[in-house]
Write a protein that binds this ligand. Structure first.
Ligand SMILES: O=CC(=O)O
Length: 324
């Protein structure tokens, strides 16, 4: 049996601690200077014959890409919690295991979601633009007023780990929590939140709506003109989950017409380079898909991705496998 350290390739340079670990514990080519897109990653896989491919959603692996992976590949370890860039059935069909990096990013994603909720309610984008361009006139008593967050009803779609972490934070702001989820949580997990089996029944009761569910690029968007119209006039919409969950034309229309007061977005249908009509709107606070972008969390994600490679290579259970 070979004693060579497990062979891996990565689509992107990982954080330093993880790169040091790769040098010490794995056989790998030098880190890419720029992140590799799928064709370059597949080319490298053919050349290097790795046991594991470590990647992010910058290098999606769909049908034909999966077929193009050499037989030596036994694991695709994605440095993300989301899996919508991977063709899971095709990977599992080929006997290639998949792992992701849940849990370690829950708090940071929930923090950023709370930031978007506060920013959209309190007009942070408009205030920031005003200050940057020169604040020359007082706002007066009624100028540029936002909405008080305290006491507002927050609708959460998807009450998994991140949804629950957002609820915990929002309770600290005395928000009332409503949620829609595939199934109802236990009373302890619910902690007083009101469950709605149907999204349509919850929407009219939300002052703020925030999404925390997986995306699926091939599924019709959850939020479209019909679902936006069910939100009360003057409500706020937040999405730090996936751009594919939203019909952006419908969102733009709802923001332009004033049906929505504002929005906070971290994710877009097109990343990078989101729809310029979104960027042009004054009442959106936008971040660049940065939910997990802290030193602590990204380090933990890189390390967990390597833990999965190490475990599978040793024939041990992976810490965070994605089950078929
Ligand atoms: O979007 C971030 C992730 O899926 O980790």
């Amino acid at each position: 049996m070979s004693t060579e350290a497990p062979r891996l390739i990565r689509s992107i340079r990982l954080l330093d601690a993880a790169e040091d670990r790769i040098k010490a514990e794995f056989t790998a080519p030098p880190p890419p200077e720029r992140s590799l897109k799928t064709p370059a990653l597949l080319e490298l896989a053919k050349e290097f014959q790795p046991f594991a491919v470590v990647l992010t959603n910058n290098a999606p692996l769909k049908g034909k890409d999966v077929e193009a992976l050499p037989d030596c590949v036994k694991l695709v370890s994605t440095v993300s919690v989301g899996l919508d860039h991977l063709d899971l059935p095709a990977l599992h069909e080929r006997g290639i295991a998949v792992s992701n990096t849940p849990n370690v990013l829950t708090d940071c994603n929930a923090d950023l979601s709370m930031m978007l909720i506060l920013a959209a309610c309190r007009r942070a984008a408009e205030y920031y633009t005003l200050m940057k361009n020169g604040w020359h006139h007082g706002l007066g008593m009624g100028g540029m007023l936002g909405h008080r967050v305290t006491g507002k009803r927050l609708g959460i779609v998807g009450m998994g780990r991140i949804g629950q972490a957002v609820a915990k934070r929002a309770r600290g702001f005395d928000m009332t929590i409503l949620y829609h989820n595939r199934s109802r949580l236990s009373a302890a997990e619910e902690a007083g939140a009101t469950y709605f089996e149907k999204l349509e029944d919850m929407l009219p009761h939300c002052d703020v709506l925030t999404l925390h569910m997986p995306g699926s690029p091939s599924a019709p968007p959850l939020m479209n003109s019909q679902t936006f119209s069910l939100l009360p006039k003057g409500s706020v919409f937040v999405n730090a989950a996936r751009g594919s969950l939203v019909d952006e034309d419908a969102l733009i229309e709802a923001l332009e017409s004033g049906h929505l007061f504002g929005a906070g977005l971290d994710v877009y249908r097109q990343e990078p380079n989101p729809n310029p009509r979104l960027t042009a709107l004054p009442n959106i606070f936008m971040t660049p898909h940065a939910g997990s972008a802290t030193i602590e969390t990204r380090t933990a994600m890189c390390m967990l991705a390597l833990d999965n490679v190490e475990a599978l290579a040793k024939g041990l259970p992976m810490p965070s496998p994605v089950t078929p």
